[in-house]
Each structure stands twice: as structure tokens, then as C-alpha cells.
Write a protein that binds this ligand. Structure first.
Ligand code: BYC
Ligand code: FE
Ligand code: FE
Length: 469
């Protein structure tokens, strides 16, 4: 179904025919805009930004690009098309028709998961609020804002579900999504990573590479849901997610590229030399990578989880790409979990968080391989690596277990001594901060990052992606 842009809230769910829902959403809209104004990107709200907007929900739906002011962005409600005769793909209800309503007995579980998903979206916008002030180029500034408005839209996507299917409770939850804030001591965001500051662009690129990729895998799991409106909502969100991870992968890649240029000029990989020449050395890049990867691993929940088992059994949340598995019921299967006490064999249903995490780790490897290829081609015999999934965890079996990045157990004091060479130190952060100088002349790049290979939507790199006047 095509998207209706003549309504106050763009949508492809025939909102005009549901007056009650339309009123609820129109009541929430000014609260969202107030939140955007107070917690969204600082400055630039009256500048024209070259943004893409969905015009349809199929592959060609991204055709529309144009300069708009962010507060005028047409945030809307877009669901992927309904699949005829779709049946439940996993769990106890395998093979039954999917649900168009939430079954009463699953209401609170569904609500909790939709709220948790919804909470991450505005959280990320809050985390990234100040980055525009230190953008390395107009191209990057535009990408930041594109990510921000789409995370805003993802919030709309979850609020639609809350308003439409959860009555008064849902409306209250929708308000609370705007009142918790990232890093707030009294009222923080729900999941750990979304309370971590993102105060520099290296963190932003790591976040969009690693944390938005958690989004990809969680959305894939929810796209399998027996509750069809949730599945369709998440399927469409995935098309937006791809761009966020592109920003992360190419962003980190360009930081590495610039580092390699400097290393070549110096004829050495000496980190001090790289830094003195205004680029980010590979040692520091590795530390930032360690931090954001390990934090994002926590987002999958505990390795052994009765929540995960019950979500799978009842049809709430499947595995990413559930269709690729043979057994969709998983009643008798077991799974080996690596714990500090040794390998533990558990019921597969209880291991679903770990199954999803492992798929995620594999996906993370792809970019690392590409980056290492760049390093190798530049003639240097060093490489970046993903740390062990045991390293620096705060959730699950390995939470607070001291290991080094290879996953080798170490004593608490060895851990404390090792940390400055494994994770960004205050000094590393200060150095990265010192590089964060705003560059906004079209086509110009900050000295610590290489230009992108190409511009957006066939425009040149020096296109005026954000009009500053
Ligand atoms: N931090 O059995 P457990 C995205 C809680 S990213 C704090 O281990 P479960 C995006 C858990 O809530 C995708 N708390 O885990 C990316 C539970 O609390 P309660 C976000 C945590 O329930 C970038 C307790 O620990 N989407 O979209 O199986 C930019 C024990 O739970 C954490 C989703 O997460 C943590 N890291 O799974 C913008 C999907 N981990 O209930 C956006 C929805 C666990 O005992 N969420 N806990 O108070 C879920 O499916 C599940 O809630 C989780 C946890 C996978 C997160
Ligand atoms: Fe999102
Ligand atoms: Fe995202």
C-alpha cells in the first residue's frame, strides 16, 4: 500500500479510518516535537538538510531525497506489506495463522519488549545530540541527521503499536518513552549501552557499526513474531537500519584509511607518530572497538534466559532468519553454553539469546575482515580483532568475570592493570576529543578522516548536504 502524505501523520495503515487512534497519535505528536527540540540534535534545527524520506515500503521506496528542516521531517507510520496467509514460524504455535491482535495472556510480555525496543530509539538520538557541533564534514553531518530522524521514526513505529494495541497502558508507556533520558541518574534508558555517552565521532561510528547492528538482529527476531503488526513494522525498520550500519562501517573504514595514509608517510605504525600527525592510531581504534563491541554484546541478554525461552515458546520473538533453521519448535534440542564454570548444556529455547548473539558476532566479523584487508594492502602487518565474547561483560554468565581480550581468565589485579591497554583511557578520550574540530566547508574533511568514496544519491562529495544559511 502506498504511503499517504496528505494526513498530518504520514502512514500506510489507513489512519484516517481510525479516528480514535489518529487522535491519540496527534495528541502525542507535539510531545514528540518538544522532546526533539529539547533532546534532539543541538543547533541546525532551522537548516535545510538533504534527507531521504520513504515514499513506499518496497525496495524502490527510498526514491525521495530533498532538503528539509529536521523539525519538518515527515515522521510517519510505515509497515511492510502484509503477507497473505502468513503462519507462525516457530515455537508452540508453529504453523497456526499469525495474530492481528495481541492475545490477552501475552499482553504484558509483548508490551515490555515493544517498550524496550522503543526506548533505544530516542535514547540513541539523545546520545548523539552534540555531535553536530564537531562534525568532520557536511557529508557526515547529513548522515548523522539522517540516522537521527530515522531513529525518531523508529520511535514512532513502536508508539504506533503501543497506541493501537495496548490502550491506556500503551499511551502511558508512549509518554514515558519521552521522559526517560540517556544517562539520566534518576530516570535512565532501559538498556546499558544506551546510557553510555557518545561524545566523539569515533564512538559514533563504532556505535552505528556495533550497536545499530544489535538493532538489526533484534529487529530480525521481532520480524518473525506471531503478532503480525509487530513483524511488519520491524521488517520495514530493517530497511532503514542498513543505512545506519553503512555509516558505521564506512566511517570506521575512513578513519583507518586516514591512519594508513599517515603510517605510509611515516613508514611506520608507531602510534605516537600517527597521533602527532593528527590521525587516530590503530591501537586506539582497537580500544574503541573493544568497548563498543563488548557493550553491545550485553544487549542480547543472558546466555541462559527463561525470558528468551518463554518469548520463543509463545511466539513473541523468533531467531533471526528463523526460516534457515530446520527445527522451529526446539522442544528437545539442547545447546552448549560457555560459562566460567565450564560448558553447560541447556535446553535450546533457553539459549536463544546466545544463538542470536552468535549470529551477530559473525556479522560483526565481516567489517573487521574488510578493514584488515585495507591494512594489509597498505603493507602493514597488523590487524584489528573482535575481543572474546567473555571480555568486559556486565550481563550474563561472564558478567564481571576478569578476562583479557582473548577471553583468558586473569586475576582481578591483572585485569585492572590491563584495562588501560584494552579500553579507551581518559587520555585516549582527551586525544580523540582534541581532534573533534568542526569542518563545514562543502567537500572539506577533518584531518583525521579520509573522504568517502562517493556522495549520497549520486551527488558529489562536495555537495551542500546541509545548508548552513
Ligand atoms: N542492559 O533474561 P535476560 C536498537 C535485563 S538496539 C540492561 O538476561 P532477556 C537500536 C532484562 O531486560 C535493539 N538490562 O534477557 C540500536 C531483564 O530485565 P527484567 C533493541 C538488561 O529478557 C542503535 C533482565 O536483565 N531491541 O534498536 O531475554 C540505535 C534479565 O533478562 C540488559 C531490543 O532489545 C542490558 N544490556 O533479553 C537505535 C529488543 N540485557 O525484565 C536503536 C527488545 C538484559 O528482569 N528487547 N537486561 O527487569 C528484548 O528482546 C529483551 O528485553 C533483551 C533482553 C534482548 C534486551
Ligand atoms: Fe532504530
Ligand atoms: Fe539504527
Amino acid at each position: 500500500m502506498n504511503i499517504n502524505y496528505s494526513d498530518k501523520i504520514p502512514n500506510n495503515v489507513n489512519l484516517a479510518n481510525d479516528r480514535k487512534l489518529q487522535r491519540a497519535l496527534e495528541h502525542w505528536q507535539p510531545h514528540f516535537l518538544k522532546w526533539w527540540d529539547e533532546q534532539g540534535p543541538k543547533d541546525f534545527q532551522s537548516n535545510d538538510v538533504y534527507l531521504r524520506t520513504a515514499v513506499g515500503v518496497d525496495a524502490k521506496g527510498w526514491a525521495s531525497y530533498g532538503h528539509v528542516k529536521m523539525p519538518d521531517y515527515r515522521w510517519g507510520i510505515f509497515l511492510a506489506d502484509q503477507m497473505q496467509d502468513r503462519t507462525i514460524g516457530f515455537g508452540d504455535h508453529f504453523g497456526e495463522p499469525v495474530w492481528q491482535q495481541v492475545p490477552g495472556e501475552l499482553r504484558s510480555q509483548f508490551r515490555r519488549i515493544i517498550v524496550t525496543q522503543g526506548d533505544t530509539e530516542p535514547a540513541s538520538v539523545e546520545q548523539q545530540r552534540l555531535l553536530g557541533l564537531t562534525c568532520p564534514s557536511l557529508y557526515d553531518l547529513r548522515n548523522l541527521f539522517q540516522v537521527n530522524v530515522e531513529e525518531g521514526r523508529h520511535l514512532w513505529a513502536m508508539v504506533y503499536l503501543l497506541h493501537c494495541y495496548f490502550g491506556r497502558d500503551g499511551r502511558e508507556e508512549a509518554e514515558e518513552l519521552l521522559s526517560r533520558h540517556s544517562g539520566d541518574t534518576d530516570n535512565p534508558r532501559i538498556l546499558g549501552t544506551f546510557n553510555e555517552p557518545i561524545s566523539d565521532w569515533l564512538s559514533f561510528f563504532m556505535f552505528t557499526y556495533f550497536t545499530d547492528r544489535d538493532g538489526k538482529f533484534q529487529l530480525k527476531s521481532l520480524s518473525e513474531s506471531a503478532f503480525d503488526p509487530l513483524a511488519r513494522t520491524c521488517r520495514f525498520m530493517l530497511t532503514e537500519e542498513a543505512h545506519h550500519m553503512f555509516v558505521g562501517e564506512t566511517g570506521v573504514g575512513r578513519v583507518i584509511k586516514r591512519c594508513l595514509e599517515v603510517m605510509n608517510e611515516l613508514g611506520s605504525d608507531d602510534p605516537t607518530g600517527v597521533r602527532e600527525n593528527g590521525a587516530v592510531d590503530l591501537v586506539t581504534i582497537q580500544k574503541y572497538l573493544n568497548f563498543w563491541f563488548s557493550s553491545s554484546l550485553d544487549l542480547f541478554g543472558s546466555e541462559i534466559s527463561s525470558n528468551a525461552a518463554s518469548s520463543f515458546a509463545s511466539g513473541i520473538k523468533g531467531r533471526p532468519d528463523e526460516g534457515r533453521y530446520e527445527d522451529h519448535v526446539c522442544n528437545d534440542a539442547t545447546y552448549d553454553i560457555d560459562t566460567p564454570e565450564g560448558t553447560e548444556q541447556v535446553n535450546l529455547r533457553n539459549a536463544m539469546n546466545e544463538v542470536t548473539r552468535e549470529a551477530y558476532v559473525k556479522d560483526c566479523e565481516i567489517g573487521i575482515k574488510r578493514w584488515n584487508m585495507m591494512i594489509k594492502r597498505a603493507g602493514f602487518d597488523v590487524s584489528l580483532t573482535l575481543p572474546s565474547t567473555r571480555f568486559h561483560r556486565t550481563i550474563g554468565s561472564w558478567a564481571n568475570v576478569p578476562t583479557d581480550p582473548t577471553g583468558q581468565a586473569v586475576s582481578r589485579s591483572e585485569f585492572d592493570t590491563g584495562i588501560p591497554s584494552w579500553l579507551p583511557t581518559e587520555e585516549d578520550r582527551a586525544f580523540i576529543r582534541s581532534l573533534m574540530q568542526r569542518v563545514v566547508e562543502p567537500g572539506k574533511m577533518a584531518g583525521w578522516i579520509a573522504p568517502p568514496d562517493r556522495g549520497i544519491n549520486n551527488n558529489p562529495v562536495d555537495y551542500e548536504y546541509v545548508r548552513l544559511k
